[in-house]
Design a protein around this ligand. Structure first.
Ligand SMILES: O=P(O)(O)OC[C@H]1O[C@H](OP(=O)(O)OP(=O)(O)O)[C@H](O)[C@@H]1O
Ligand SMILES: O=C(O)c1cc(=O)[nH]c(=O)[nH]1
Ligand SMILES: [Mg+2]
Length: 190
């Protein structure tokens, strides 16, 4: 899939939103990629994840892991393509962790997947979980990297679509200054 095909799919499914959004990092943004607008279509999810898996087909991946919520679907579908285990990480009392009896064995080759990267903080938390368990992070697979190239995980990362979307700290946000109501999507409680 080309970047323009991925972008068209997001536009067609209504995933690109404009407004005033509180992001999981605490930053504000005038745009939000609501990944579940596209992920609600299993055939699109399967096609996107197959394209992502293709980038890591020669990396001898043994486990695919992503952060809740979208990471559950992504890990499952990428793991299906690569014929590996698929697990997910979630925050417990604010700390990213493995629950549900999931384990990563020392030396296991792990691919981290993520739907959207803004600051890269969530992916980094998952990388830390993998490393803490002794796993080897072979790469990061991303549907949409909206960081404008700023996110760097110290391993090969591959995104199906690269965007450079403005973010603001709450103190400098022009939408706050103009009293535009803010909305919070996503699952993180901050
Ligand atoms: O790169 P970052 O600054 O960490 O931001 C990106 C993360 O934020 C969103 O998840 P969110 O925590 O909103 O929950 P969700 O996956 O349940 O929507 C998104 O799905 C990424 O996981
Ligand atoms: O940074 C986020 O929380 C975020 C941004 C975005 O565009 N889409 C999303 O699901 N989360
Ligand atoms: Mg998420």
């Amino acid at each position: 899939m080309t970047e323009s095909e991925v972008k068209s799919l997001l536009v067609e499914t209504g995933a690109i939103l404009e407004g005033h959004f509180l992001l999981t990092s605490g930053l504000h943004s005038p745009m939000y990629v609501e990944k579940f607008q596209v992920l609600q279509h299993p055939r699109h999810t399967a096609a996107l994840c197959a394209a992502l898996a293709e980038r890591f087909v020669n990396d001898a991946v043994q486990v695919v892991i992503g952060p809740v919520t979208g990471g559950i679907l992504l890990a499952h579908e990428v793991g299906k393509s690569l014929n590996t285990r698929a697990i997910f990480a979630e925050r417990e009392n604010g700390v990213m962790t493995l629950r549900r009896g999931f384990t990563i064995e020392p030396g296991e080759r792990v691919l981290v997947v993520e739907d959207i990267v803004t600051t890269g903080g969530s992916v980094q938390e998952v990388i830390d979980v993998v490393k803490c368990a002794g796993g080897i992070v072979v790469g990061v697979g991303i549907l949409v990297d909206r960081s404008g190239g700023k996110a760097d995980f110290g391993v090969r990362s591959e995104a199906l679509l690269h965007l450079d979307i403005q973010t603001y700290s709450p103190e400098t946000c022009p939408l706050c200054a103009s009293n535009t109501p803010i909305t919070k999507r996503g699952s993180r409680k901050i």
